[in-house]
Every structure is written in structure tokens, then in C-alpha cells.
Ligand binder design. Structure first.
Ligand code: SAM
Ligand code: SF4
Length: 358
């Protein structure tokens, strides 16, 4: 008689095979993949995600240089060190010229995309951000990704017209109850409407989840993956929750690296041609996790290129893995060597989402 442990690996493969034939996985199947616990099955899952990654987005790893230009935030998310009630945090804003100087450095290094990230900071109003976007676009020619939180439709439209190409806005969790608990005063419905608006405006849209927030279970994570698939999201950020001492979540445990990698792998299998970063949060918990993520479905790295004097205060969670080096030549040498070791290359060009092979 076949024992359960003997049978289950093939059921994992059968499930993945069905996906490969173009059949959508049911929620139960996604749950089953996320529940895998044996090392052999887990390796099979990562390997299957790696095959899908290779076939759908190739061996190139695209770099996106992040500049965290302001740590002011009007929101009070219970998990984040930038929350407005964290009065212990030294707040900063980079000037337009400082942001442009960082953008020049990114261009000079041959990175094609800048990610402009901040708290929700009304100081950078529509006109100010549009001016900045237009200058980066016209003078430096980078592809621009914004990650500046929720704004209104007219702002999104103006940013797009000024030259922004992509927008990251993680839904964080698909459970309305959890979402509204961890982001006081915010509504999941509103977040999802923002993502719809961004798609309407023809942005490449990024969303994603934090793994390990209190009250989250496998069922919720499966719904997260289904939401990412059904809403046609182009980029997925999947990282573990890490408690920050100046937040109400200070005493909670970190999200699991292994579960985060499983969510990433299943998300790759289900969404196929999306761009998926090996997140900084993963590498903060385990220095080898970047390579592990790249071998479980990820195809993007986002080096943090915020000037050190500011980046130290972009304190979302403790121990945030900063680029070990500040000069680009060394950074590239390290990345190139790491990638070579796993048969991957640094991608050139913008690294837009490829059209789905479906
Ligand atoms: N304010 C914008 C927003 O919330 O979309 C962008 C900046 S926010 C700091 C970027 C991401 O940081 C969030 O989407 C969230 O997933 C992540 N983050 C915040 N606090 C975190 C924590 N304690 N652990 C892990 N990730 C965290
Ligand atoms: Fe602000 Fe974003 Fe942090 Fe929430 S997650 S407190 S919106 S920076």
C-alpha cells in the first residue's frame, strides 16, 4: 500500500502538471501546496516554480534601484516603523536635487529602473511629484516606479502623464478583517479600487503580501494568491513580517522564511510571467534567502540605493539588510558573482513584464 508520504510528492507534481497544461488551480490545490511540509516536497515545489520562472521570464534578473526619499507618513499601520505615532523616529525628506543625484547614480550604474518609495507624505503633492517624475524621465531617462501609498485618481493620472510607468501598492492581506485591523482607518475595498484605477491608467501594477501578520492563516494566503492572479497584477512583492520595537506589533514573531518562499513559489506557478523580487525583508531574516528566492521563482532584485545618511532612518523594521556596499562597481561585482553561481545573469533594459505565454 502507498503511504501518505510516498503519495504526496506525486500529488504535488500532478497539481503542478495540471497548471502547466493551462488548467487553473483550485483554492484547495493552492492550500495543499502551501501546506507542504516535508523537505522533499518543498524542494519539488521550489524546483517547479524555478522551471516556470525560466520558461516564462527567462534567466535574466532585473535590477530596480530604490530611493526612499521621505520617511514621513500620515498613516498608522500597526506593523510599520514609519507609522505616524512613532515619535522616536528622526524624520527626513530628500530634496529634489538629492533625489535626482541618486537617479543619476542609478543610471550611471546601468540600472534601468528607479523605484521612488516613501511613507504617505502629503508634502510631495501632485505638482511636486510630477515635476520630479518629469525631470527624472527627461534628463535621466529611467523607467520610474512609484511606491508612495494611496493617492486619488487625478494624482495617479497626472503621475502617469508626467512619465511614471509602474506603481507598487501591496494589498498586504486579502482578508478585510485583518486588513482593517492592521491598517487603522483604511479600507481594503479602497486599496483594491486604487489597484483598479492604476490598471485603468495603464501602469504596470505591483501588489503583494506580508507573510506572518497576526491572524493570517494558509486559507488567507491562498486567497491572496488568487487575488493577485485574478486582478492581473504585474509585479508581486512577497516578504515576511518583521516586528518593529516602536510599534504595537513589537512582541510578535517574525514571519517564516520558509512559508514566504512557498507563497512566492506558488505565486510564480499561478501567475507565470509576473516580475517577482527577492525581497529585502527575506534577506534581512536570512542572508541566503535572496538566492533561495531566486531559485524558487523570483527574477528581480531591488538594491537599496538611498544615500546612507537618510536610509538609516527609513526604519520600517529592524535590521533591514542594506546593500553591504555603497559603491556601484563593488555592488555589481558581488551581484554578478552571486548570480553566476546559480546560472543567472543581470538583465539589461527596462525588464517590463513579458506577455503571458497563456
Ligand atoms: N507607504 C507605502 C505603502 O505602504 O504602500 C510604501 C512604503 S511601505 C514602507 C512599503 C512596504 O513595507 C509595505 O507595503 C509593507 O508591506 C512593508 N512593511 C512595512 N512594515 C513592515 C514590517 N514590519 N515587516 C515587513 N514589511 C513591512
Ligand atoms: Fe506608512 Fe506605508 Fe508604513 Fe503604512 S506601511 S505606516 S502607509 S510607510
Amino acid at each position: 500500500m502507498t503511504s501518505t508520504s510516498e503519495h504526496r510528492p506525486s500529488s504535488v507534481i500532478e497539481t503542478i502538471d495540471r497548471e502547466e497544461r493551462g488548467e487553473r488551480l483550485s483554492k484547495e490545490e493552492i492550500v495543499r501546496l502551501l501546506e507542504i511540509s516535508s523537505p522533499a516536497e518543498t524542494e519539488r515545489l521550489y524546483a517547479a516554480a524555478d522551471v516556470v520562472r525560466k520558461r516564462c521570464v527567462g534567466d535574466d534578473v532585473f535590477l530596480r534601484g530604490i530611493v526612499e526619499f521621505s520617511n514621513h507618513c500620515r498613516q498608522n499601520c500597526l506593523y510599520c516603523g514609519l507609522r505616524r505615532d512613532n515619535t522616536a523616529l528622526v524624520r527626513y525628506r530628500m530634496s529634489d536635487d538629492e533625489i535626482l543625484a541618486s537617479a543619476y547614480e542609478i543610471r550611471k550604474a546601468g540600472i534601468g529602473t528607479i523605484v521612488l518609495q516613501s511613507g504617505e507624505d502629503p508634502y510631495y503633492d501632485r505638482a511636486r511629484l510630477c515635476g520630479l517624475i518629469a525631470r527624472i524621465r527627461e534628463k535621466i531617462g529611467l523607467v520610474i516606479t512609484l511606491s508612495v501609498g494611496e493617492r486619488n485618481y487625478e494624482d495617479y493620472r497626472a503621475f502617469r502623464e508626467a512619465g511614471a510607468d509602474r506603481y507598487l501598492l501591496k494589498h498586504e492581506t486579502s482578508s478585510q478583517l485583518l486588513y482593517e485591523r492592521i491598517r487603522p482607518g483604511c479600507r481594503l475595498e479602497e486599496r483594491l479600487l486604487c489597484l483598479t484605477a492604476l490598471r485603468e491608467l495603464n501602469y504596470e501594477v505591483g501588489s503583494g503580501v506580508m507573510v506572518g501578520i497576526p491572524g493570517q492563516d494558509i486559507d488567507v494566503l491562498a486567497d491572496d494568491i488568487i487575488l493577485l492572479e485574478e486582478t492581473g497584477i504585474d509585479m508581486l512583492g512577497i516578504g515576511p513580517f518583521i516586528p518593529h520595537p516602536q510599534t504595537p506589533f513589537r512582541d510578535l514573531a517574525c514571519g517564516s522564511v520558509e512559508l514566504t518562499l512557498k507563497v512566492l513559489a506558488v505565486a510564480r506557478i499561478v501567475t507565470r510571467s509576473t516580475n517577482i523580487p527577492a525581497t529585502t525583508a527575506l534577506r534581512t531574516l536570512d542572508k541566503d534567502a535572496r538566492t533561495m528566492a531566486l531559485q524558487a521563482g523570483a527574477n528581480v532584485i531591488m538594491p537599496d540605493l538611498t544615500p546612507l545618511e537618510y536610509g538609516l532612518f527609513y526604519d520600517i523594521y529592524p535590521g533591514r539588510a542594506k546593500s553591504e556596499v555603497t559603491d556601484m562597481v563593488t555592488l555589481f561585482t558581488i551581484l554578478r558573482n552571486d548570480l553566476q553561481g546559480i546560472g543567472r545573469t543581470i538583465g539589461s533594459g527596462a525588464g517590463h513584464r513579458r506577455s503571458s505565454p497563456h
